[in-house]
Design a protein around this ligand. Structure first.
Ligand code: ZN
Length: 129
């Protein structure tokens, strides 16, 4: 299960990375929690996630709980993207929707909070989390 979670974290990593405006970043995308500029940056959440879940980070040494938290973040992130595209992950077979369904399924098995593969329901949960 842990290996599956680590695999699932790799798919949204590139998308998050592409989303960050590296041109105006003083650290070339390397998150620095000591830097006020980083903490107040509009990409703070994405950047922090990327630095904690980089492919060079030893994710296999992290507890399942931490990986589930990382997965929860990208599930919310992907959910918003899929919603913006107007895709329905229950029907659509694109790589993002397939990832979303599988990640929701895995997350549901490791987390007490059940996340249905339904972006409408998820959208209302984002604000509550
Ligand atoms: Zn899709």
């Amino acid at each position: 299960m842990k290996n599956r979670m680590i695999e699932l974290l790799s798919y949204p990593r590139q998308m998050l990375h592409d989303d960050i405006d590296l041109v105006s970043c003083l650290h070339a995308g390397f998150y620095d929690k000591q830097d006020r500029g980083c903490r107040e940056c509009e990409n703070e959440a994405q950047c922090r996630w990327l630095s904690a879940n980089d492919k060079f980070v030893a994710l296999e040494r992290k507890p399942v709980r931490d990986l589930a938290q990382s997965l929860a973040f990208v599930l919310d992130y992907m959910n918003l993207r899929i919603g913006r595209w107007g895709h329905d992950p229950n029907v659509c077979k694109c790589s993002s929707c397939c990832w979303f369904c599988e990640a929701s399924d895995v997350f549901g098995k490791v987390s007490p909070i059940q996340r249905p593969c339904n972006p409408v329901v998820l959208e209302s949960m984002v604000g509550l989390a």
